[in-house]
Design a protein around this ligand. Structure first.
Ligand code: NAD
Ligand code: DAU
Length: 351
């Protein structure tokens, strides 16, 4: 069994679904079910005995100790986090609590569990921490992409809290010998992406006839990776990564935000044309910029490719088309996540 934390969120749910589709190894899924956690993401696993779901907090040491003792997982994959930069600007506290204190408590519980294993169990055990390229800060237009050696320069409360968690993970390896692995990935997109983030927000707003809010000049650059490629990278690092090492994960796919929005409009124009025959581009609306907005991220994923042989399977063109189609095919999922709390967030952020 492996323990996955945050497995009801966007990437965690994709990871659990893919893991169970590709192996018989059971998954213990610990998720607090915050606004971002959604059991509908895991609906296809209902009745599957290989998936054990527990609602709980990674900061709950007693719960963690009980789960580790009962289920004796051979690995922990830590996705659980507060993940939205804009929310971290409005209210950083939850980010400090989950991303820093939560990761610390998880590390403590895992350290105690690992310390009690026999030598073979200790050698086989892995703690994989899922992190972000945002810990490296922002690049200028001509800078080369982030390598694993790039210094940490986090700029938002979110990225600072993720950076702190990365440092704790590193320290637990260095000090206690805990068998850790860290992945730092670029922007993901794909099925089950909560529509507070750029790509799903633009799709659901476009279909609802609402404005498509582009921050600032729309020329900020992100490096986009289809979520299932992120999941395959994590599986590869878990299977073959060198202990204590960090692996950057990315798709070599830098694009300015406005180009992403225009691509989404073009796909929707083709797949679900507006009733009035006009383009969804008409809905694009430039709005106030995000405070401290990082200008550019770009990931150098050569280490993962050279050392572990990983490459993404999707191009941006294939991945983004699949993603738009997924949202068109899942109107019920979209309607259900746009609950009262979602509407409160949208009115606070875009008022
Ligand atoms: P998400 O917000 O969609 O999901 C986070 C999940 O964690 C939710 O299910 C939530 O309920 C759960 N959670 C939150 N606090 C918890 C707690 N205290 N205890 C247990 N569960 C808790 O996030 P995501 O986009 O799926 O990101 C997953 C991880 O990947 C995060 O660590 C994030 O930093 C990292 N990451 C995300 C991206 C991206 O583009 N989305 C890119 C690189 C790295
Ligand atoms: O780089 C990895 C990170 O990518 C992850 O660690 C984060 O968890 C994830 O949320 C994501 O962070 P970003 O801030 O890059 O993602 P977001 O989708 O919020 O924004 C992408 C870009 O689009 C960013 O430059 C801000 C811009 N944007 C976003 C929203 C929500 C807009 O222009 N308008 C919007 O309404």
């Amino acid at each position: 069994m492996i323990l996955v934390t945050g497995g009801a969120g966007f990437i965690g749910a994709n990871f659990v679904l893919d893991w169970l589709a590709q192996s018989d190894g059971p998954v213990l899924n610990l998720d607090k079910l915050t606004y971002a956690g959604n059991l509908e993401n895991l609906a296809s696993l209902q009745g599957d005995p290989r998936h054990v779901f527990v609602q709980g907090d990674i900061a709950d040491g007693a719960l963690l100790q009980g789960l580790l003792t009962e289920h004796r997982p051979r690995a922990v994959v830590n996705f659980a986090a507060e993940s939205h930069v804009d929310r971290s600007i409005h209210g950083p506290e939850d980010f400090i609590q989950t991303n820093i204190v939560g990761t610390f408590r998880l590390l403590e519980a895992v350290r105690a569990h690992w310390g009690g294993l026999d030598e073979a169990g200790k050698a086989a055990f892995r703690f994989l921490h899922v992190s972000t390229d945002e810990v490296y800060g922002s690049l200028a237009a001509t800078d080369s992409a982030f390598t694993e050696e790039h210094r940490y320069e986090p700029n938002s409360p979110y990225s600072a809290s993720k950076a702190a968690s990365d440092h704790l993970v590193r320290a637990y390896h260095h000090t206690y010998g805990l068998p850790v692995l860290t992945t730092n990935c670029s922007n993901n997109y794909g099925p089950y992406h909560f529509p507070e983030k750029l790509i799903p927000l633009m799709i659901v707003n476009a279909l609802a006839g609402k404005p498509l809010p582009v921050y600032g000049d729309g020329m900020q650059i992100r490096d986009w990776l289809y979520v299932k490629d992120h999941c395959s990278a994590i599986r590869r690092v878990l299977a073959a990564g060198q202990l204590g090492e960090v692996y950057n994960v990315g798709g070599w796919n830098e694009k300015p935000n406005i180009e992403i929005v225009q691509t989404l409009c073009a796909l929707l124009d083709e797949l679900r044309p507006r009733a009035d025959g006009k383009s969804y581009r008409e809905q694009i609306s430039y709005v106030k910029d995000r405070p401290g907005h990082d200008r550019r991220y770009a990931i150098d994923a050569r280490k993962l490719e050279k050392e572990l042989g990983w490459k993404p399977a999707e191009t941006f063109e294939t991945g983004i088309r699949k993603t738009v189609q997924w949202y068109l095919d899942h109107p019920d999922w979209v309607a259900h996540v746009q609950s009262g709390s979602y509407r409160d967030w949208v009115s606070k952020q875009y008022r």
